[in-house]
Design a binder for this molecule. Structure first.
Ligand code: M6R
Length: 607
């Protein structure tokens, strides 16, 4: 997943392109580049690594021109170096690309046989050569691009520019998002509305199979057969200001600390405080009429969905089928027409989640989406959108989006329980009261940061960590392990505590810290037995629990982190915070790039 941008403007575009790329860096940061056309002359600057390297390059060797394209890369084909950085040139053609050209190998062979030489290992370069060959064979730029697009298979968002023409960019979309921004005598292309926010708040999203001819002050969209198509312009809600870290060292730290506020904000969208009930949902999903609920998502969003499976089944007696989206989309799961499916995604652009959504839509299911980015593709394609109001999440490791997803899923569970009459109105009120308390308790948990930092100092010295939990704390254990490995690069696994004896217990020795997430809940004693098994084998236990749990655990721990008492229903939201803080501080001790860890990107728009 990469970020792309194009501007047909009135002023020098290079600084504007870099500004837009800053907003797209969440999509990848392996390399970056821009190209411009100035009085017919086309040139580019590219740099390996973060955008700051490109900025330095441009300071040393500025680029003139009022038309240009830019790219920030997350490597798929070819290592992250300057040669593989976009834009790619061939003859009079410059190209930036987000996605994967699946038939690139066969196209590459064909182009090599035709005399084309490749200067990169990317799949993108074939597109540049294809367009260039069309021009060599006499096609005008627009026709050349259209002919080349018809040869491509796979996922792509593209911006194509031409030497000698300072009033033309071609955009194309098949899969990854691409939007046209409407300016005053200027036009833009960008991977999302946020990239274009400083320039315009009016955007038109291309749909799959669309391509656009963008010129200063005008644009037209066509389908692959070349027929003009109309796509309605929309007002974007992207903010023109780059979100900053405030007084925090990292966005992740800031986002962890924002949780009390954003959870409260999110809950206020779903809870009627005057009646202590869940607001009626203006949604096509009728929880009283469905027999099953399917849930699909990736990464942290998947763990939020997995926690909600326990909730929906326990409180609403609604069976839930859940799978990670990259499996779900190919599993050919039988679906009953009229049942509902929920998709959880911070970005609303994750390719596998989107593909799963489309699969369910084709099966005649009603689609609900829990998304943080309004206007995202998943939000636009769903029948019902349940927003998380977490605000922009910049750190690659998802934190506040996760607890807001849980808050929404908890509210939906209560709504379902009410509609299905599996909880009495009084029981619903008790659970709503528990939810309302979450922001206050979350702020108390943040006061434990010093103790958690001490534990993190120890974790920074180990090679492997095991997380254990039962019930809703099992998905949270997996989330803890994911968080730790993605930002500290320490190997970690999350296991169901009861499953330990079926294999992973062989890993336990005095060098293996075992983090046990165990509030004093209905299954606490079982977890204590599993802790005994770990202790008996010399494992070092870090217990995250409440006062009662600390008193009754009877197992010697390396450290016990004691959280305020919370009702079992909302415990996973509260217990997420120490898990996030542990990962964060461990990564800080390790000196890794917390907000932009290696090999990752915030938004994963390739499968
Ligand atoms: O934008 P999404 O919520 O769909 O993203 C899903 C995952 O890529 C994401 O949660 C990822 O696992 C995070 N880096 C985890 O911190």
């Amino acid at each position: 997943m990469c970020g792309i941008v194009g501007i047909v403007g009135k002023e020098p575009v290079a600084p504007l392109l870099v500004d837009a790329l800053k907003r797209l860096e969440y999509r990848g940061y392996d390399s970056a580049g821009v190209a411009t056309v100035d009085h017919g002359h086309m040139d580019r600057r590219r740099a390996e690594g973060k955008l700051i390297n490109l900025e330095k390059r441009l300071k040393e060797e500025p680029l003139a021109g009022t038309i240009g394209i830019g790219h920030t890369r997350w490597a798929t084909h070819g290592v992250p170096n300057e040669a593989n950085a976009h834009p790619h040139f061939s003859g009079d053609v410059a190209i930036v690309h987000n996605g994967i050209i699946e038939n690139f190998w066969e196209l590459r062979e064909e182009l090599i046989a035709d005399g084309y030489q490749f200067s990169s290992q990317t799949d993108t370069e074939v597109v540049a050569h294809l367009v260039s060959r069309e021009i060599r064979n006499g096609a005008a730029p627009v026709e050349a691009a259209h002919n080349a697009l018809k040869r491509l298979r796979g996922a792509f968002a593209l911006a194509i520019m031409f030497r000698g023409d300072d009033n033309l960019i071609i955009g194309a979309r098949n899969g990854p998002p691409l939007a046209v921004g409407h300016g005053d005598g200027e036009m833009y292309l960008g991977s999302d509305a946020i990239a274009l926010a400083p320039f315009t708040d009016t955007i038109t999203y291309l749909e799959d199979g669309d391509w656009a001819v963008v010129r200063r002050g005008e644009f037209a969209i066509y389908d692959m057969d070349g027929n003009p198509v109309h796509r309605a312009p929309q007002k974007s809600v992207g903010t023109a200001f780059l979100v900053d870290k405030g007084n925090h060292r990292h966005f992740m730290e800031k986002e962890i600390h924002e949780q009390p506020e954003v959870i409260a904000h999110t809950l206020s969208n779903y809870i009627d405080f005057s009646t202590m009930t869940i607001k009626p949902l203006k949604s096509k999903i009728d929880f009283s009429a469905i027999n099953r609920l399917a849930i699909s998502a990736c990464g942290t969003a998947y763990y939020a969905g997995l926690i909600s499976k326990y909730w929906f089944e326990r409180f609403a007696r609604l069976p839930v089928d859940i799978d990670i989206a990259s499996e779900f989309r190919y599993r050919e799961m039988p679906m009953a027409k009229g049942d509902a499916a929920l998709f959880v995604s911070q970005s609303g652009e994750t390719a596998d989640t989107l593909a799963s959504l489309r699969y369910c839509k084709n099966q005649g299911m009603t689609i609900g989406a829990i998304v943080n980015v309004r206007g995202s593709t998943i939000a636009r394609e769903a029948d019902a959108v349940f927003p998380t109001l977490a605000g922009p999440e910049i750190g690659v490791a998802s934190t506040k989006a996760f607890t807001c997803q849980l808050s929404v899923l908890a509210a939906l569970t209560l709504r379902a329980a009410e509609k299905r009459k599996t909880l009495s109105p009084e029981q619903v009120r008790v659970h709503v009261q528990a939810l309302i308390e979450v922001p206050r308790i979350a702020s108390q948990v943040l006061h434990l940061e010093d103790q958690i930092t001490r534990v993190a100092r120890e974790l920074a010295n180990v090679k492997h960590v095991l997380y254990l939990g039962r019930d809703t704390n099992f998905p949270l254990a997996m989330e803890g392990a994911l968080k730790l490995k993605e930002i500290s690069y320490i190997h970690a696994e999350g296991y169901a505590a009861g499953e330990l004896k079926h294999g992973p217990i062989a890993l336990i020795d005095e060098n293996m810290p075992v983090i046990v997430i165990a509030p004093h809940d209905h299954i606490f004693e079982k977890t204590v037995s599993n802790m005994q098994e770990v202790a008996a084998r010399g494992g070092k236990i870090i217990l995250i629990t409440d006062e009662k749990g600390a008193r009754l655990s009877t197992v010697e721990t390396m450290e016990t982190i004691v959280l305020p008492d919370v009702p079992e229903f909302v415990a996973p939201i509260i217990y997420a915070l120490p898990v996030q803080l542990l990962a964060y501080h461990t990564a800080v001790f390790m000196g890794t790039d917390v907000d932009q860890p290696r090999n990752l990107a915030k938004s994963v728009t390739v499968e």
